[in-house]
Ligand binder design. Structure first.
Ligand code: NAD
Length: 420
């Protein structure tokens, strides 16, 4: 299994980042291995009835990186490229994210290899319910709490909640987060990740002496993270000049109106064809001059091929793993780009998921204002902690964020000791 995981480029990337930081921390070899490898990986087959009456078997995975600091927390992804190695890498990053944000969780991730855009709502519901049933022995509010990720949303979380409730015989909202409000979801959860990306990016802009007035942003992806990042950036007065999705990319020098574009996407399903814009090559989009570049879609989109050509001042990593280690090396030699690493930049989602879990356990509801204020406070404090640590130790911001997290996890493992 060790070799299988290491052959996956995303898991190899997560391990390479980990090893660099473990070297910096001078982590003892035994502790290093306990921190690096996932605690549990579960793969299941999910047979479902298609609408045409045929049966199709899908493959699903859940990786629980650690339960050392609390239940595993992390998203569930529906995408054709999902595989065990990718899920294991995302679980490891979730682990560092939860530790960095000081949330009482370990990291996990799940996914089903499927193309949700080609499935009917009925097929997606059967897929979700069957996967939840297969996971019942391994999940629970004190064990593993899933949330939306790429290709999943609050409807998927609602089906999971209902399946779990049907199985246990009682409604337990803390089984997943990112639920609809009427199922005890949290105010602010849907926009939390994207809002956090924009909030941290504008903070970073201020820190390097920039101002939001007249500044510009480019956003890759117009799903949950990208659309809400664009919305908050626009609300700050930042001009979002370029946006892309799986269908292509659009551009407007004067800024794209978020609300008008959202209406267009709701009607047509894509940013392409939006009247107040022109089409642009999606790869070229990433290297256009802008103050903030926010990749909010896929992993490994900033590579050794385009890193030297980036013309942004802030790289705000809304997606998980958007920058390869080769690109990181090139960017670390440039002093004109500030990177907000994924484990910090998109941590707004898991932070408000934590708030949702807390509210669910207490059967209590916070207002949206309370949620966003608490979120911004935690994000701001953590951003400062990462910046200070990086400066003090001459590390990149990614290394600093992961070093804080890995040091925390290793410390808890040491305190708990090794069973038996
Ligand atoms: P989503 O499914 O809601 O949206 C994905 C978007 O990416 C869509 O607009 C899609 O069209 C676009 N896309 C797909 N392929 C593309 C391509 N080749 N070029 C440009 N755009 C493309 O997913 P999401 O929840 O917004 O997640 C996006 C990223 O953010 C993922 O890496 C995910 O792990 C990460 N993330 C999400 C959350 C969350 O709360 N949803 C939290 C933390 C991190």
């Amino acid at each position: 299994m060790r070799e299988y995981l290491l052959q996956n480029p995303m898991f190899a990337m997560a391990v390479e980042q980990f090893d660099q930081v473990a070297d910096f921390l001078d982590l003892d070899e035994n502790l290093r291995n306990r921190c690096k490898w996932p605690k549990r990986w579960i793969s299941v087959t999910i047979p479902i009835r298609r609408d045409d009456g045929s049966t199709e078997v899908f493959f699903g995975h859940r990786v629980q990186h650690h339960l050392t600091r609390g239940p595993v927390k992390g998203g569930l992804r529906y995408h054709p490229s999902v595989n065990l190695g990718e899920v294991a890498a995302l679980a490891m990053w979730m682990n560092w994210k939860c530790a960095l944000m000081d949330l009482p969780f370990g990291g996990g991730k799940g996914g089903i290899t499927c193309d949700p855009t080609t499935m009917s709502p009925g097929e997606l519901e059967r897929l979700t319910r069957r996967f939840t049933m297969e996971m019942i022995p391994f999940i629970g509010p004190k064990v593993d709490v899933m949330a939306p990720d790429m290709g999943t949303n609050e409807q998927v979380m609602a089906w999971m909640t209902d399946t779990y409730a049907t199985h246990t015989g009682h409604m337990e909202p803390s089984i997943v987060t990112g639920k609809p409000l009427n199922l005890m979801g949290s105010c602010g959860r849907t926009r939390a990740t994207g809002h956090g990306v924009a909030f941290l990016a504008s903070n970073a802009l201020h820190r390097i002496g920039g101002s939001v007035d007249g500044s510009t942003a480019v956003v890759q992806g117009f799903g949950n993270v990208g659309s809400h990042a664009a919305q908050t950036l626009c609300s700050y007065g930042i001009k979002v000049t370029g946006i892309s999705d799986v269908g292509g990319a659009i551009w407007n020098d004067n800024g794209i109106d978020y609300f008008k574009l959202s209406k267009h996407v709701k009607k047509t399903g894509s940013v392409i064809g939006y009247s107040e814009s022109e089409e642009i090559d999606p790869d070229t989009l990433l290297t256009q001059p802008c103050d903030i570049l926010a990749p909010c879609a896929l992993d490994r989109v900033i590579t050794e091929k385009n890193a030297a050509d980036l013309k942004c001042r802030i790289l705000a990593e809304g997606a998980n793993g958007p920058t390869t280690p080769e690109a990181d090396k090139i960017l670390s030699e440039r002093d004109d780009i500030t990177i907000i690493p994924d484990v910090l930049c998109n941590a707004g989602g898991v932070t408000v998921s934590y708030f949702e879990w807390v509210q669910n356990i207490q059967r209590y509801r916070w207002t949206e204002r309370e949620v966003i204020t608490r979120l911004e406070t935690i994000l701001e404090e953590t951003q400062k902690k990462v910046d200070d640590y990086a400066t003090r130790n001459k590390l990149t911001s990614r290394q600093a964020a992961q070093a804080i997290a890995i040091h925390t996890v290793a410390g808890v493992k040491s305190s708990r000791g090794l069973f038996p």
